[in-house]
Design a protein around this ligand. Structure first.
Ligand code: KIV
Ligand code: NA
Length: 275
């Protein structure tokens, strides 16, 4: 299993780091079999698995429950878990307790949290306590209410400059990686070049150190539409629906179960029961 230091070395060697989300036992097994470097138990869980329309409703219990399942499916992959909305905004002590549960109880190797500003102090405290932190800047979905929608961030000089400064602060606070979501590729490249820690991009162009996508998006599994930055490798929804329709038709037309799906009783036993 790769560790945080390996990711920094990979960046130095210009070797791309592969990150994929997973939320349960089967998706974690798929991710590990697909040899991803890092599994992110994202709070996108709330949307793609639990059907909410944002990541705001996520609870620590949700994250613990799903991280445990991922851990059972991927015993040899570095697992990073999202800290839920408002779970790292109260006191540093609360943040440590919450992150501690994700690491100690659920088995995550690292946590991810969104934003800079007040959050920087929490990144530093977690790192000091021995919990690796991935910072998340750019489009930070937990702040969708403040950002006014899911929009590309850092498009003008001022916000780009601020993002670069925030990125430097995250690194200085001890973050082992930085995730950049939905920012212009030129800005993402600049940030990646300015930092020693790996920059994981999603909608951030090619010139960053790592890429992350959502499991359901790359597989076309349960998603109606995907964002511009997603590449889909499968359309699972279509074949799943077809399979379920075929099953329903088999049941209704008595073509299932067949002899091979059924259990038999010996004649003599039958007689003893039914005479
Ligand atoms: O929750 C998530 O899946 C994420 C990635 C999309 C970056 O944070
Ligand atoms: Na997330």
């Amino acid at each position: 299993m790769k560790q945080t230091v390996d990711f920094i070395n990979m960046k130095q060697r210009e070797e791309k780091i592969v990150v994929l989300t997973a939320y349960d036992y089967p998706s974690a097994k798929h991710a590990e079999q697909g040899s991803v470097d890092i599994i992110l138990v994202g709070d996108s869980l709330e949307m793609v698995v639990l059907g909410y329309d944002s990541t705001v409703p996520v609870t620590l219990e949700d994250m613990i429950h799903h991280t445990k399942a991922v851990k059972r499916g991927a015993k040899n992959t570095f697992i990073m878990a999202d800290m839920p909305f408002l779970s790292y905004h109260l006191t540093v002590k609360d943040t440590l307790i919450h992150a501690g549960q994700l690491v100690q109880e659920a088995g995550a190797h690292a946590v991810k949290l969104e934003g800079a500003g007040e959050v920087i102090e929490h990144i530093a405290a977690l790192t000091r306590a021995g919990i690796p932190v991935c910072a998340h800047l750019g489009l930070t979905p937990q702040s969708v209410g403040v950002l006014g929608g899911y929009k590309v961030q850092g498009k003008d000089a001022r916000s780009a400059q601020r993002l670069l400064e925030d990125a430097r602060k995250c690194e200085a606070a001890g973050a082992f990686a930085l995730l950049l979501e939905c920012v212009p590729k030129q800005l993402a490249e600049k940030v990646a070049k300015s930092l020693t820690i790996p920059v994981i991009g999603i909608g951030a162009g090619l010139n960053v150190d790592a890429q992350v996508l959502v499991y359901h998006d790359i597989l076309g599994y349960g998603v109606e539409r995907v964002a511009k930055f997603v590449k889909s490798y499968q359309k699972l929804d279509a074949s799943i629906s077809e399979s379920i329709q075929a099953y329903a038709a088999d049941v209704r037309t008595k073509q299932f179960p067949e002899e091979i799906h059924s259990f038999n009783m010996k004649e003599e036993e039958l007689k003893r029961v039914y005479g």
